[in-house]
Design a protein around this ligand. Structure first.
Ligand SMILES: *Cc1c(COP(=O)(O)O)cnc(C)c1O
Length: 372
């Protein structure tokens, strides 16, 4: 008997059916249900969230913004503030419901079934999804030491290529590209190819590594920089990110953007969090200290790590995929959630977010039990 060919799902676009769903970090509430444990007993170090919580100033502003929930959002103040902060015109800012929303807008404006985008092997999983969801072809370039091989990415450009996705630092590997390497790359990319520089973790960079890519847009109008409030600002659950682009590019992105894609609470929180220098400083310092603790401890356990410039660390938990899966399961049974990287074709590796000192100790204690 032949299978029916006319179900609703079978009427979908074939390039949509080819998409592998994003696998988020396991929610605390889900593991609590599975183990029958109270949520307080669980440590989640799986989604690169800020272990210090949300910016207190942002939180207070979000609470105050609850009054006024009957009104549609007005993003004017946040856009002005971001423009001033980055030294660009307000017309260059594109707000997103998280920066992933901005990545989707870019795909919709620049890609379709006749065009290709380029991403690195082991790069952020949203790039393939954004590309494939509009029918674009994704060209994946082999990584070099788990990071972007910019020369190979340049060589991969085809006549139909319109977008190049770059995360710096990259997730899930934590690899970093220097400002000079990025600038050299931009100088060699044809101007009809958009280069997306996803800087979700840029605030965590060591002072010596920090750079200002927004300042390059005047010289390279094909550059789009994306930023987020999900990481160091501690606002992953509120959903606020933004892109900065040349004004004509930002104008196109804003045309396809849902008019009210950022809600009142997120807008108010982001605006206040931008001024929360104390929280940003504490978050940066906690990450640096926690990174040192985890790197030292994992190396002492004889585990291979990928040096990371972000707020997370990727380490080889087992010699093969099944051993690493067993380590992950054993950590879960102890109430510790980290991120398996099977979906990234890195099945021997696990990614752990830098937590508070107490969370890092919980993770290390659990790992030592697992590794015997
Ligand atoms: C976490 C992350 C983001 C942030 O996504 P949001 O939609 O802003 O929460 C963007 N890019 C990379 C590489 C990330 O790891």
């Amino acid at each position: 008997m032949s299978m029916p060919q006319n179900t609703p799902a079978q009427q979908s676009l074939s390039y949509i059916r080819a998409i592998a769903a994003y696998q988020p970090g396991k929610p605390i509430t889900e593991l609590a249900r599975e183990l029958g444990l109270p949520v307080e007993r669980i440590v989640k170090l799986a989604s690169n969230e800020n272990p210090l919580g949300m910016s207190p100033r942002g939180k207070a502003a979000a609470e105050a913004a609850l009054a006024g929930g009957e009104r549609y959002p007005d993003p004017f103040d946040l856009i002005q503030k971001l423009a001033a902060r980055h030294g660009v015109a307000a017309s260059q800012i594109v707000l997103g419901n998280g920066s992933n929303d901005v990545l989707d807008l870019i795909a919709r404006v620049f890609l379709d079934s006749g065009r290709s985008a380029i991403a690195s092997q082991y790069a952020f999983a949203v790039y393939p999804i954004a590309t494939l969801s509009v029918g674009g072809d994704l060209l994946t370039v082999p990584a070099r030491q788990f990071g972007h091989d910019l020369d190979a990415m340049r060589d991969a450009i085809r006549p139909d290529t319109r977008v190049i996705w770059i995360a710096n630092p990259n997730n899930p590997t934590g690899t970093f590209l220097s400002a000079s390497a990025l600038r050299d790359f931009l100088a060699r990319v044809p101007e009809n190819v958009i280069v997306v520089l996803d800087e979700a973790y840029t605030e965590y960079l060591a002072p010596a590594d920090q750079y200002d890519a927004v300042g390059w847009i005047a010289e390279f109008p094909n550059l789009i920089v994306s930023r987020t409030f999900s990481k160091i600002y501690g606002m992953a659950g509120l959903r606020l990110g933004y892109g900065i682009a040349a004004a004509p590019v930002a104008d196109l992105l804003n045309r396809v953007r849902q008019p009210f894609n950022c809600n009142n609470l997120a807008l108010a929180a982001a605006e206040a969090a931008l001024d929360d220098a104390d929280f940003l400083h504490r978050s940066f310092a906690a990450n640096r200290d926690g990174m040192t603790t985890l790197v030292t401890a994992l190396k002492a356990l004889g585990l291979e790590i990928i040096p990371s410039s972000g707020n997370f660390l990727t380490f080889k938990a087992g010699a093969d995929a099944s051993r690493t899966a067993a380590v992950n399961q054993a950590l879960l049974r102890q109430g510790v959630i980290v991120r398996p990287l099977v979906g990234y074709q890195m099945p021997e590796w696990l990614r752990v977010t830098i937590g508070t000192a107490a969370e890092n100790e919980r993770f290390l204690a659990a790992l030592k039990v697992v590794l015997g």
